[in-house]
Design a protein around this ligand. Structure first.
Ligand SMILES: C[S@@+](CC[C@H](N)C(=O)[O-])C[C@H]1O[C@@H](n2cnc3c(N)ncnc32)[C@H](O)[C@@H]1O
Length: 323
């Protein structure tokens, strides 16, 4: 019987009772915002591997779901923007984690005059069976949980996020990814998997699973070095480089020719006309950058025109185009 989900719960039961400062940890800076004070214990329980909090996703006061609450730091950051009772719903399967985050929110109340614990509603529940109605939130976030899931469970978790999001809602994710095939010994090590070290998929595979769940638009917002799994420390013959990514997947209708995945590519037309129109909805104004998805970048590159430049993926895309 597969017991990795039980092992995961036990790892996070322990991490709720005694903060494990290095458990996740990245080079992503913790949001510093005017009037926001994060309690020390909440910081020590920052078990994420990037940020899922982007003010740009939070226009029109969305209802926000956060799955896998940890110490609650990102929920406090989301509440900073939403500031309303039950504006943020936190779902976690570990009782001790829910209790720890509840205590951290009480501590946050003392440090932040604007914050009330009731801004966050904590609910016991499973990412694989989210206790929310269909189409009930505008933003859904998870940080460093989904990488733990094996493929069939990951598909289920993504389908659940898709189900609870309203049309055009946003799924914001941060997870480790890895371009090297993970040795079986590491993949099957339940504790390493639970610690977000050995479940990482190649980025393309991770994105494919997201789009297979139905998300028509995907943005890769950041990609950063994360960990080295080196021989002598881990059961591997060669060092394995693990990265962490921040991704936003939008519940847009799926385009007939497949999803739009933005990895930060840009097209620039520099020919002899004022613009170039590809006849598919993309107008490149002379010498102006246009953010393009990988599908459009490939179609433009296939034209082999000497007057269109396509930049490499920056893995740093968060919307926008021309002013
Ligand atoms: C790596 S921690 C990330 C915590 C938080 N997102 C952060 O950035 O600090 C994973 C979290 O997911 C929770 N968790 C584990 N399995 C879960 C499941 N099946 N459903 C919901 N939450 C789960 C754990 O209790 C823990 O809070």
């Amino acid at each position: 019987m597969d017991t990795y989900l039980d092992t995961t719960r036990e790892v996070y039961r322990q991490a709720a009772l005694t903060p494990d400062v290095g458990l996740c940890c990245t080079t992503t800076p913790v949001w510093q915002l005017p009037g926001l004070q994060i309690p020390k214990r909440m910081l020590e329980m920052n078990y994420g591997c990037g940020s899922t909090v982007h003010p740009r996703d939070l226009v029109n006061n969305p209802r926000i779901l956060y799955v896998g609450v940890g110490g609650g730091m990102e929920l406090l950051q989301f509440a900073y923007f939403s500031r309303q009772p039950q504006g943020v719903i936190g779902v976690d399967i570990v009782d001790e984690m829910l209790a720890a985050s509840r205590a951290n929110f009480k501590a946050a109340e003392k440090l932040n005059p604007w914050f009330e614990s009731e801004f966050v509603e904590l609910v016991k529940g499973d990412a694989l069976n989210i206790p929310l109605a269909d189409s009930s939130v505008e933003v859904a976030a998870q940080n460093c949980l989904f990488n733990i899931f094996k493929t069939e469970d990951l598909k289920k978790a993504l389908r659940e996020m898709y189900r609870v999001l309203k049309p055009h809602g946003r799924l914001v994710l941060s997870d480790p990814t890895c371009e090297t095939a993970m040795p079986d010994a590491l993949k099957q090590d339940e504790r390493l998997r639970a610690l977000c070290l050995s479940g990482a998929l190649p980025l393309r595979e991770y994105i494919n699973l997201i789009t297979e769940a139905g998300f028509g638009t995907v943005e890769i917002r950041a990609k950063r070095p994360y960990r080295m799994l080196a021989p002598g420390h881990f059961q591997t013959d060669a060092p394995i480089f693990v990265e962490s990514v921040e991704v936003c997947a939008i519940k847009d209708p799926m385009p007939a020719d497949g999803p739009c995945v933005f990895t930060g590519k840009t097209a620039i037309y520099y020919g002899t006309s004022d613009w170039y129109d590809d006849g598919k909805g993309h107008t490149l104004l002379w010498n102006q950058p246009l953010a393009v998805c990988d599908k459009t970048a490939a179609a433009l590159a296939a034209l082999n025109r000497p007057d269109i430049f396509i930049s490499e993926a920056t893995y740093f895309y968060d919307g926008g185009g021309c002013c």
